[in-house]
Design a protein around this ligand. Structure first.
Ligand code: FPP
Ligand code: MG
Ligand code: MG
Length: 309
C-alpha cells in the first residue's frame, strides 16, 4: 500500500517525488487503512468471501490519501514545522508547494474514488471532504471561546476526525455486500472509534513530549483550540477562564493554564469521555459473529485508548 501511495504522487509529478517521500514514508501510524482492512476482513468473512477484494484495498489507500491530504493542508493553516517526526512540506518547500501537494492528493483520491464505480461509496466519502472544511471552519470560529460546550467539541471532532473513519468503515462493509444493519453498525463503530481517537489525541497534546508525538506538543491550547481536557477544567476553574479569555498575554500564563487543566482533573475527565466513546464503538460490534476478526476490531479499540503517541 505504501509503495502504491508513493507511486500515485511521484510518478505523475517528479516535482512532488520528494513530497511523496515526506508524506508517505516512515512515521505515520497508518491507523485508518488498518481499520479499513479489519472491517473489510470482518464483513467479508460474514458474507462468505474468501479474500479481500481489490476494491477493499483501494478503499484503504484512498482513506490514507485523503487523511494525508488533510494533514498537509492542516500544517499550512497551523503553520506547523513538524509532523510524523519529520519536517512538513510547508516548512521544506513553502506554502505554495504544500497547497498544491494537498490539492493534488485530494484530486487524485476523488479520481480513485470515482473509479470504484460505486455511487453509495462515492456519496459516503465525498461527504467527508465537506465535513473537513466544516470542522476546520467551526474550529477557526471558536478559538479562545470559553463558552464552547462539550457537544460543540464532539461535533467538531466528528467533522475533523470521526467522519472519515465512519465513512470508510461503512464503505468497507458496502464492498462486502453487507446488509443495511451491518453497514450502519460499521459506521457507528468508525464514528465512536474516531471520537475516542480524537479525545485521546487531545489528551496526548497535554501529556506527551514533541519527540513522542512527532508533532509540536501543547499546540491546541496555545492556539486557542479548546479541547476536552480544557473544557472540563474550565467548568471548575474561574482562573483558567480568565487566562484563556485574555489569550495568554501575560508572561507565564500558558504554563499556569496547563497546570490548572491538570489540577482540575481535565485529563481524567477526558479519559472517561474517551472510554464512553470506546464503549459505544464496542457495542456496535455486537451484530458481527464472534471470531478472530471481531476480536481484532475490539483490540483496535484498546489500542486507540492506550496509545501513547
Ligand atoms: C487536524 O487537526 C485537521 C484535520 C484532520 C482536518 C484538516 C482539514 C482541513 C485543513 C480542511 C481541508 C479543506 C478542504 C476543503 C478539503 P489538528 O490541527 O487539531 O491536528 P494535529 O494536532 O494533528 O495537527
Ligand atoms: Mg494541526
Ligand atoms: Mg489544525
Amino acid at each position: 500500500m505504501n509503495q502504491n501511495l508513493k507511486n500515485v504522487v511521484g510518478n505523475r509529478h517528479p516535482m512532488l517525488l520528494a513530497a511523496a517521500e515526506q508524506i508517505f514514508g516512515a512515521g505515520g501510524k497508518k491507523l485508518r487503512p488498518v481499520i479499513v482492512f479489519l472491517v473489510a476482513h470482518c464483513t467479508a468473512q460474514r458474507a462468505g468471501f474468501k479474500e479481500l477484494t481489490d476494491k477493499h484495498r483501494r478503499l484503504a489507500e484512498i482513506t490514507e490519501m485523503i487523511h494525508t491530504a488533510s494533514l498537509v493542508h492542516d500544517d499550512v493553516l497551523d503553520e506547523c514545522d513538524i509532523r510524523r517526526g519529520k519536517k512538513t512540506i510547508n516548512s521544506m518547500y513553502g506554502t505554495r508547494v504544500a497547497v498544491l501537494a494537498g490539492d493534488f492528493l485530494f484530486a487524485q483520491s476523488s479520481w480513485f474514488l470515482a473509479n470504484l464505480d460505486n455511487l453509495e461509496v462515492i456519496k459516503l466519502i465525498s461527504q467527508v471532504i465537506a465535513d473537513f472544511a466544516n470542522g476546520e471552519i467551526s474550529q477557526a470560529a471558536s478559538l479562545f471561546d470559553t463558552d464552547i460546550t462539550l457537544e460543540q467539541y464532539l461535533d467538531k471532532s466528528f467533522y475533523k476526525t470521526a467522519s472519515l473513519i465512519a465513512a470508510s468503515c461503512r464503505s468497507a462493509a458496502v464492498f462486502s455486500d453487507s446488509p443495511v444493519e451491518v453497514k450502519e453498525a460499521m459506521y457507528n463503530y468508525g464514528k465512536h472509534l474516531g471520537l475516542a481517537f480524537q479525545v485521546v489525541d487531545d489528551i496526548l497534546d497535554f501529556t506527551q513530549s514533541t519527540e513522542q508525538l512527532g508533532k509540536p506538543q501543547g499546540q491546541d491550547l496555545a492556539s486557542g483550540n479548546l479541547t476536552a481536557p480544557a473544557i472540563f477544567a474550565l467548568r471548575k476553574s474561574p482562573e483558567l477562564l480568565d487566562i484563556i479569555s485574555s489569550e495568554f498575554v501575560e508572561d507565564g500564563s500558558m504554563e499556569r493554564a496547563l497546570q490548572l487543566v491538570r489540577e482540575n482533573g481535565g485529563i481524567e475527565e477526558a479519559r472517561l469521555l474517551a472510554r464512553q466513546q470506546a464503549d459505544l464503538a464496542l457495542a456496535a460490534l455486537e451484530c458481527l459473529p464472534e471470531g478472530p476478526s471481531r476480536r481484532s476490531l475490539r483490540l483496535m479499540v484498546d489500542y486507540v485508548l492506550e496509545r501513547i503517541y
